[in-house]
Every structure is written in C-alpha cells, then in structure tokens.
Design a protein around this ligand. Sequence first.
Ligand SMILES: *[C@@H]1O[C@H](CO)[C@@H](O)[C@H](O)[C@H]1NC(C)=O
Ligand SMILES: *[C@@H]1O[C@H](CO)[C@@H](O)[C@H](O)[C@H]1NC(C)=O
Ligand SMILES: *[C@@H]1O[C@H](CO)[C@@H](O)[C@H](O)[C@H]1NC(C)=O
Length: 397
Amino acid sequence: MPRLRLPLVLLLPVALTILLLLPSPPRLLPPPPLPCGAALSDAVEGRWVPTPSPAPPPLYSPSCPFHRNAWNCLRNGRPQLAALSWAPTRCGGAVVPRVDAAGFLAAARGRRVGFVGDSLSENLVVALLCALRSADDGARKWKRRGAWRGGYFPRGDVLIAYHRAVLLAKYTWHPVDNLEEVRKDGIKGSYRVDVDIPADDWVNITKFYDVLIFNTGHWWDTYKFPKETPLVFYKGGKLMEPPLGIHDGLKVVLRSMASYIEREVPRKTLKLWRTQSPRHFYGGEWDHNGSCVSDRLLEEHELDSWFDPRFGGVNKDARTVNSAIQEALAGTDIQLLNLTYMSEFRADAHPSIWLGKKDAVAVYGQDCMHWCLPGVPDTWVDILVAHILHYFNHGKG
Ligand SMILES: *[C@@H]1O[C@H](CO)[C@@H](O)[C@H](O)[C@H]1NC(C)=O
Ligand SMILES: *[C@@H]1O[C@H](CO)[C@@H](O)[C@H](O)[C@H]1NC(C)=O
Ligand SMILES: *[C@@H]1O[C@H](CO)[C@@H](O)[C@H](O)[C@H]1NC(C)=O
C-alpha cells in the first residue's frame, strides 16, 4: 500500500474538528450556595431586624425540661424580649431562619455534638437542647463520659452534650498549709494550672464526638481569681519561670489546648471555637451595681465605646480575649464561630434582675453576662446548626 504522507498542516484542521466534536470535559459545578445562616461569615456581617411576620411559633417554653432556672427570664417575670432576627448582609434582606429541629435530627442521625467550655457554652447548649426537644418528646437527659449536661434524642439517635471546663486546662486548688504565712501576705492558696494538660472533664472525649465546639474566656479575670487565690502556671509539671500573669497564662493555655485538639481530635471531626460573649454592665462592674435593665439595643456607632479595650470600659474583656483566641488559632484547622459582634448590640437581652431567686441580685449583682432563653443564643443555635447541617450534608462529615 502506498504510504500516504500528508503534510502536517493538512492534518491540523482535522485534528481541530475532532477536538471540537469530542464531548467537552465535565465542567466543575460551582458548590451549592450556602443557605442563609450556614456561612460562618453570616454571623459577622448583618443587623438585627424585627422578625418578619408571621413570626414562627416559639420552639420551646419556660417549661422545657432542659432549661436552667437562672436563664428562664419569662418564668422569672421579665417581659418578653422584642422579637428580633438576624439579617446577614449576604442574604439580601432575608433573616436567618429558625432551626428545623426535625430536619436536623433526621440529617444528623447517629451523630454526636459536643461542647467544651464555660457557662456561656452551656447557655448555648440549653438553647439547642430546648430547640431540638420541640421535635422529639422522647428526649432524655444524658450525663456520661464527664458531661455536665446533655440530651439524647432517640428520634434521630442524636446526642448533644456539654463538658464543663471553664479554663479548658486542668486546674487544682492548693491551699497554703501554714496559717502563719496566710496572715503575712494574705495569700490563702493558689490554683495550679497545668497549661499543657486538658481538664479531666474532656481529656478523653476527643474521639467521641463528630462536632466539637470549644470556648473559654470568662474566668480569665481577677474577679474569679483575685490576688489572695491566684492562678499559678505549670508546664511539663514545672512552675513556669518567670511567673505568668493571668492574660499571658490565657495565651499559653489557648495555644497548648489548640495544639492538643489538633493532635487528638480526628481530622474529619468538625472543630469550632466560639468567640467571647460580650457583657453589658452599665454604670459599674457586676459587684458595683452594674445594670442592664434595658430594652434598648446598642447602635453600631456605640459599640466601640462599650467594648473597645482602648476605652477601658467595664465590658472590654470580650474583645481583649478574642484577640488572644484569634492569635492562638491562626494556622490551625479549628474554625472561629464569631458570635461576639452580633451579640454586642443586644444590651436588652440579659437576665439582669430577673434571676428567679429572691436575694440573687443583692448577693451576686445583676446578670448582664448570660442571656435570657428564649433569646440571643437561639440565633447562635440557628447559625451553628445551619453550619453543622451543611457540613454533614456536603462536607467530609
Ligand atoms: C468578629 O467579627 C467582628 C465584626 O466583623 C470583627 O470586628 C472581629 O475582629 C471578629 N473577631 C474575631 C476574633 O474574629
Ligand atoms: C483518660 O484515659 C487515660 C488512658 O486510657 C486514662 O489513663 C485516664 O485515667 C483517663 N482520664 C480521665 C480523667 O478519665
Ligand atoms: C449599690 O447601690 C446601693 C444602693 O444605692 C448602695 O448602697 C451601695 O453602696 C452600692 N454599691 C456599690 C458597690 O457601689
């Protein structure tokens, strides 16, 4: 057979035609858009608006069995808070929808969600437990593996639990054993913090949960640990030298707990860290008649004067602690759930004087730190749950 020797240039149009006729390579589909509220950034860009009517019925009442008396403002006589919803800028006027409890229990079948931290995490957990119970009357209290509070939801075989670890790191009380010494310098003893050892309450649960949400911050203050009973920091079993102040101690603990989490929590577990919840004491600290008997939200332009540490106000700790958190988590795979900004507006939503105990205000002052339930933590729940659902449905979970 004569060999056909076509010049290359003649082949070119043929090749091109073939290329054009070939099915085009599969184009990468854009990821599905995140529902309103499911992006972590939805918490940090937006504003509070009146809940569009018809407002959805409340998911839980003051008789929710998971409720905690001190946050049960309605039962304690506080008039209902204004019905407000968070409208993230991204959502074009829509508000974060209330969690679909039945939908969550179905989508989260067999999963466990764990919270580790102080009472502000507990505040969030109570809101979540009460919301989910609206879809499962068979919900039961669950308190094992070191959990302080929790719920099991048979309808979806879902577990939600809170491990109380106010400093995250292990800390133990060591009284001065010589009374003479106490009289000399007034120090009654110290709390030894092992910066590299997690508290017993959660040290062994790192592989138990599918989602873990951490926080600490509200105890890192001299009103919890005054100079008569200070925190003293140990690393590798040895006293740290030079001795650390409380804020530097916080920084070291944050870094070492973040690295423990990275080491011990499986890669596929969703890891979140919630930022500080702002307090709203007006006119003084909690022990100096600070008050939050108010129906008024703060305006955007007021936020810095209330919270920016530069102005030295009584509520500056949230942003101060947040800077330390941000620094410690940079470069880790722990995502920040930034609830601070949206909460800064809500001076109207703390238990204040409605604490449910006769002498509570006289003894402890007003509570301008935790939140009434129903209230602001419901919106935290809506954003958190939307994010977790998206992770279960589309992520590695
Ligand atoms: C939280 O969001 C606010 C508002 O965008 C921002 O100013 C602040 O720096 C954020 N904090 C952290 C710790 O990311
Ligand atoms: C955690 O687990 C280790 C290893 O099994 C065990 O030695 C330790 O006692 C446990 N700690 C707690 C507080 O449960
Ligand atoms: C708080 O207010 C009461 C009543 O006005 C007053 O007697 C008391 O001294 C105040 N306490 C502080 C710490 O300012």
